[in-house]
Design a protein around this ligand. Structure first.
Ligand SMILES: Cc1ncc(C[n+]2csc(CCOP(=O)(O)OP(=O)(O)O)c2C)c(N)n1
Ligand SMILES: [Mg+2]
Length: 352
């Protein structure tokens, strides 16, 4: 009996141990994070923070009447541009939108030249005459932000046709919003690319609103339901999960480089701010905004990286401090730069 009870005691201890280890599973590291080297992990954090701090600083400058025009903030959507550009090669192209700061920064744009453009100064990307919605950098493969909804889609298709003809192995991503889903440019661009098997990725940033209109009022069918109509894949992904964006775009880029044609990706995300800097946001509830702020892509990435012990708090803080310096320099550079003069008004308008 005594022996039996001691045996039972051992067994129950073993069971308790097993239950305990089931109750507290060791945190599983995201497999994509595991596959990334330290440089990639740092780059992703740095890029998302750069985008956020660039825009927060631009908002302050706008509210202090230091800059004019329209500003469309990407805050909350940083994982989509960052994960997508992380999956590209250096020679690849992107086309951007009116909400383009994130795409530009993720493709490697200089924040001082971007800030100078927002401040309307000659040292900006478009000589201070374009502003936030007209930033391009051909050397980096950024074919440009675009104030016309959907207009980047046929441009990306054209760039991909060029790559196919040159056989240079380059891939183009067209970023566009859910509000571009109903445009003719979307259907024409995707149809041509699918028919000709062009190396292009159509990346819809579904932040759920086009100005004040919910995406379901504007699009008869979800973007991700449209792939079969063009015989192409159309995955729907969590656009606030930088790892999922990276993996999906990487697969699409491999398909494109292998001559298998385009992919349409619907990346579900949310803008924390209004449509523009002046938007009153009265078409969304406080609860909805709070729910999405709680899914902040930068916080999620930081938590995943910290719990996998890939970066320490000190390392994150050091990156943050570097970015603050970079932003301060960008603002000083912009403020110290000259305004365009009147004789520049017709320059760059017509071919010379
Ligand atoms: C062809 C065209 N129609 C209308 C507008 C006015 N407009 C500017 S932004 C916007 C909403 C775009 O929504 P979406 O594509 O979802 O992008 P988001 O602003 O959500 O990033 C509209 C209708 C425009 N710029 N171009
Ligand atoms: Mg939208």
């Amino acid at each position: 009996m005594a022996r039996a009870s001691s045996k039972t005691g051992k067994a129950s201890k073993a069971r308790a141990k097993a239950t305990k280890s089931r109750a507290r599973p060791t945190a599983t590291v995201n497999p994509t994070l595991k596959s990334m080297d330290d440089g990639q992990v740092r780059w992703i954090y740095q890029t998302m923070r750069r985008i956020r701090r660039f825009e927060e600083t631009a908002e302050e400058a706008f509210k202090a009447a230091k800059m004019r025009g329209a500003l469309h903030f990407y805050i909350g959507e940083e994982a989509t541009a960052t994960g997508a550009c992380a999956a590209l090669e250096d020679g690849d192209f992107i086309t951007s939108t009116h909400r383009g700061h994130g795409h530009c920064i993720a493709k490697g744009a200089r924040m001082d030249k971007m800030m100078a453009e927002l401040f309307g100064r000659t040292t900006g990307y478009s000589g201070g005459k374009g502003g936030s919605m007209h930033i391009a950098d051909l050397e980096l493969g950024n074919l440009g932000a675009n104030g016309i909804v959907g207009a980047g889609i046929p441009i990306a298709t054209g760039a991909a046709l060029g790559s196919k003809l040159r056989q240079d192995g380059q891939v183009t991503i067209s970023f566009f919003g859910d509000g571009a889903g109903p445009t003719g440019a979307f259907h024409e661009g995707v149809n041509v690319a699918a028919t000709m098997k062009l190396p292009v990725i159509f990346l819809c940033e579904n932040n759920q609103y086009g100005m004040a209109t919910h995406n379901e009022f504007a699009n008869a069918a979800p973007i991700s339901a449209r792939g079969p109509a063009y015989s192409i894949p159309s995955p729907k992904i969590d656009g606030n999960d930088v790892f999922e964006v990276y993996e999906t775009v990487k697969e699409a880029a491999d398909r494109a480089r292998n001559g298998e044609g385009p992919t349409l990706i619907e990346s579900l995300t949310y803008r924390h701010k209004g449509h523009t800097v002046l938007d009153q946001k009265n078409y969304r509830t406080k609860e909805e905004i709070a729910e999405w702020v709680a899914r902040d892509p930068i916080e999620r990435f930081r938590t995943a990286v910290s719990s996998a012990k890939r970066m320490t708090a000190k390392e994150f803080d050091a990156i943050d401090a570097d970015i603050e310096r970079e932003i301060e320099n960008a603002v000083s550079f912009a403020e110290a730069s000259p305004w365009p003069t009147l004789d520049a008004i017709e320059r760059d308008v017509y071919a010379e």
